[in-house]
Design a protein around this ligand. Sequence first.
Ligand code: MN
Length: 213
Amino acid sequence: MLYEQDPSTSLPAVHVVPRGGHTLPSLPYPFCALEPYISRNQLEIHYTKHHAAYVEGLNRAELATVRNWARAQDLAFNGSGHILHSIYWANMSPWGGGQPGGMVAEQINASFGSLDEFRSQFTAAAESARGSGWAILVWQPQWGRLEILTAGRHENLTQWGSIPILVLDVWEHAYYIDYQNRRPDYIRAWWNVVNWADVEYRMRCAMAARVPM
Ligand code: MN
């Protein structure tokens, strides 16, 4: 788990990270745990090299002088990269796959009509994301339902206020060792490791958010 739970509310405790103090979250499973869908080598490089670089870039940007013209762009790019990767690891599990439980299924049905429809829309979003990006299932507290977005890089094409609950990294660095240029094969394999329990927990937390229009 990447969060500590507050037993009085069942919501995660507020976790304050000091400026420049971000660290790589611990992986909830060993590097080989998602095989054969994601190989040990693929996962280890992704986590120890790529995610680590966003954490370093975020810390550097936070500590940089505000006169540094690139600082704001670095905060957006590396901050979003750190957040999305942290969710991506937690969204997967060696015991994942299958169908989501009642609450997630209910919200997916309400927002997309059916699980199959959601799955095909999310898959299409992931396949069609141009270049480096993400497919992201968000809870949008402004209108109380789920939406599928794609992010360009980590930070473009977002919708302010939306809360990511299920994310799929479709940068080439996420799948190239295992699948080369076959992104659709990676996406198909990834459904087998989706940790629906984590998705449900994130959905419960997101649904507790209140944002005035
Ligand atoms: Mn990545």
